[in-house]
Structures are given as structure tokens and as C-alpha cells.
Design a protein around this ligand. Sequence first.
Ligand code: ZN
Length: 387
Amino acid sequence: MRYIIIISLCLGLSSFYFVPSEELTIKIYTHLKINALQITVNAGKYIVIADGNLVTETSGESNLKFIVINDSIELLRQDEKLGRYRFIKLKGDALSELKLKLINPDRKPRLYQNDINLSVENGYLRLLNSVTLDNYIAGVTEAEAGSRSNQEFYKVQAILARTFALAHINKHVAEGFSLCDQVHCQAYYGKPKDLSIFIAVDETKGKVVVDDNLNLIVAAFHSNSGGQTANSEDVWGAHTAYLRSVKDSFSIKMPNSKWERKMPADDWLTYLKLKHNYPTENQEAKTEALNFKQDSRKVYLEASNIKVPLKNVRTDLQLKSTFFSIYPLSPDTIVFKGRGYGHGLGMCQEGAMRMTKLGYSYQEVLNFYYRNVQLIDMKKLSFFRDE
Ligand SMILES: [Zn+2]
């Protein structure tokens, strides 16, 4: 039985999203120009359909090679040429997975579950992975959370990955797929190595985070808040009710809670003057710039009606966060002593990890970092109907 979910999201305008509930199409290796690759079946059985015709089937004993020749793909089985095609689909059964090894460029193999579609785009292989929602969520959970986390933290990441996926299901629809595998959408590198992630995905099956209007939330998260998360308007400009600044003691003493950066004082002052017209010639303003302090998060460095947005400073100077104080180190050198890593919005991953180690549940973690949200089954957002 197959369902279509229709999700209505309020993102300014109400729109309708049509999603086969069990399958998403993800463009993989989005950032690479691929000329050749090899596939070996790792589990289950695949049939190979090329330009609409069944060409071969395989269940693991042989490998398949795919090489771009002009605007078509040469398909080889155990180095025997089977033909040249425009579109090749590897269609697996429910438990199927394959090992995909890029040959040119050379990359370590990855495991992908479910189906792979190959075609040629601008002279290179275009690879789409049609994958069940749960298998995709498991892959994203490991890519975003790492593979050495605890089960409760995996559940938190799985719920956020599902929430993001459903909220952005049409992000690449004009290009013929749902989501890419880069951080532009969500990082996804195929099947996770830590198989316990599948249990976390299953134990939170269908759960998504919604705000008090039952809209899927913008599931923002970052590495470390430095002890305080940020307000959405201070980072993205727009006020979002559930992305509020919270004091976050769970994140301190974690690996990314502190950073330092030395800089010549003149470089800092020159940057402020040239980029922000900051009045460095004014002694009081200069002293403020060289001794700027944040006990709690500030949004600007200010002097004489000039406001320097810290988010711009962070981007321009490639700092780990906007949550820094400045100390003189010598007459010519200053040091930025910073807290946290990332934009500071929503969930702090290291804080959430700490919370789950201390015994907090995934519900408690999500309610700590996102204000007034609730967890609901995604089917409650949706109309299901038989096709
Ligand atoms: Zn994308």
C-alpha cells in the first residue's frame, strides 16, 4: 500500500507538498564532478534497468562499473561491456544496499540503501539515491551527530533531521530531487556505521517538532552555545517565537565551549574603520574596541552611534562565534577569547549531548532549546490517502 502525504506549511503562504511517505530522492555527491564509479551489491538483490529495459540483475557476486563517455554512460559488468545508456536505474528490494566506490575522482566507498539512479549532467555523472525516509534520517543523524553518541542524543538528532526534511522536501524539486546531500540541505553520506542509530530512528518514528501554530519548526542547531543561545532576530534578522536565547550551562566545559584568536591590534582597528566606519580616532571608542567584553551575548560593538554587527565580524574574520571578549595581550596585540561554536540558534549539540548523558530525555532536550514547541506524529500534519 502506498500513501501520499500532503503537508501544508505556513511559510508566509500556505503551500501543498506531495511526498511519497516511504521514499525521498536525494542527490548524492552533489559537490563532485564524477567520471567513473563502481557499485557492488552489499545486501539484497538489484535489477539494472537501462533506458527502460532490464539489462541485468546482481546480488553481490559481481561488480558494475559506470563510466561517462560523452553524454552517455558505459555500463560494464566484471569489465565486460554491456552497453551505453542515458539513464540507468539500480532497483533493489526492501532490504537492499550497495557499496558505491567513486573511481574518478577517487574516494573511499560508502554504503547506500535502496535505489540509485544514474544519468549524465553537463558531462558528469548525476547520482540520485531514492531512499526510504527512515533510512535517510538514519544517515543524516550520523552525518550530523557523529557516530559515537548516545542513543537519546541520536533520537534528538533524528527528530530534527525528520523535521528539516519534511519542511524542505521541495527545496530542489525544480531540479528533479528533494534534497541534496550537503549542508545546504542536510549532510547525508549514506547508511550509518553505527547501526544503533536505526533503533533511535525507529523509536522516534514519525515524530516531528512543531510550533504552537502546528507548523514544522526551523530546526536550527549549532555545535556549542558557549553558555547562552542566541535570539533569531540577532542572527537571521527575523523574530521566531521558538528560537529564543536561553542560558545553557550544559554546553560549558564541552570541547567547543571556548576558543582564542590573537590578532595585531592595528588589524582589528583598521578592519573596524574600513568596513564599518567605526570611529577609531576617538580615544574612548578605540579603548572600547580593544577591551570589548560580553558577559552575556551582545549583538553589536557600539560607539558614537556606530553599531558594528558582531555577526558580520564573525563572518569577516572567520571567528567560531559572535560570543567573544577582547583583551590586550601586549601593546600591539589583542586576543579574542570566545565562547561557543556556530550561530548559536536553537539546539546546542554539545549541550544536548551533555543533557542526555545526565539522563534528560529527548523531549526535555528539545523543550529546553526550542521554546513552546511540541512533538507530534507527522501524520497529524498530513492528509493520508490511498493512491
Ligand atoms: Zn540542498
